[in-house]
Design a binder for this molecule. Sequence first.
Ligand code: C5P
Length: 220
Amino acid sequence: LAPKDYEGKKVVITAGPTIEPIDPVRSITNRSSGKMGYELARELAARGAEVYLISGPTKLKPPFLVKKFFSVESVDEMFKLTLKFFKEADIAIMAAAVSDYKVKNYSNKKIKKSSENLIIELEKNPDILKELGKIKNNTQITVGFAAETNDVIEYANKKLINKNADIIVSNDVSRKDIGFDSNQNEVVLISKDGEKHVEKSSKRDISVAICNYISSKFSK
Ligand code: C5P
C-alpha cells in the first residue's frame, strides 16, 4: 500500500508538450510524451495529494485519481492556469516541455507558399518555473526538469539557482535508451543539499523516487 505522505498537500503539475500556432494549420511544438508528468500525477494522487494536472496535448489518459485535469495548448494558457493554482498549492512540479518562444505575428489566414525563404519572427515565452520561483513563499516547493545533451549536472545546478527552484530532476536526452518517448529514464535529483542519483528504471519507479525525495524536503 502506498504511504499517505501527501495527504493535505496540493500539487500543481505541468506535463506534455506545448503548441505555439503559426497560422490555423501550422505550429511549433516540443518533443514530449507526457509520461513522466502523468506518472508523477498518478503517484502523488495515490499518496493522498490533491493534484492539478495541466497538460499539453498527449496520447495519455489522465490518471484515475487526478480529479483536476486541464488540457491546454500554448505556454500562455499553461502559465495562466499554473499561476492560478499555485497560489493555493504546496508544491509545483513543472514537467512540461515548454516552448521557449512563440510566434510574434500569428497569421489568421494560412500562409501561402511563395518566396524561397520564409522568416517567422519569434518572441520569448514566459518561463513558468522561473516565475513561480520569484513569487513562492518559504513553504512552497518548486521542482523543475532539465533535459540536456551535455554537461547535464552543471546545467541542472545553474537552473536550480537561476529559477530559484528547490529541486531539479536532470536527465541526459542524448541517450537513446532513456527519456523522450521511452518508458524508462535515469535521473539525478539536485537540490541545495547535493545530488542523488536514481538508477535506470521505469518512469513509474522514477516517479516514486522523485516523490520520496520531495517528501523528504517538506517533512524536514
Ligand atoms: O530552461 P529549461 O527550459 O531547460 O528548463 C526546464 C524546466 O523549466 C522544466 O521544468 C520546464 O517545465 C520549465 N520551464 C517552464 N517554462 C518555460 C520553460 C521551461 O516552466 N517557458
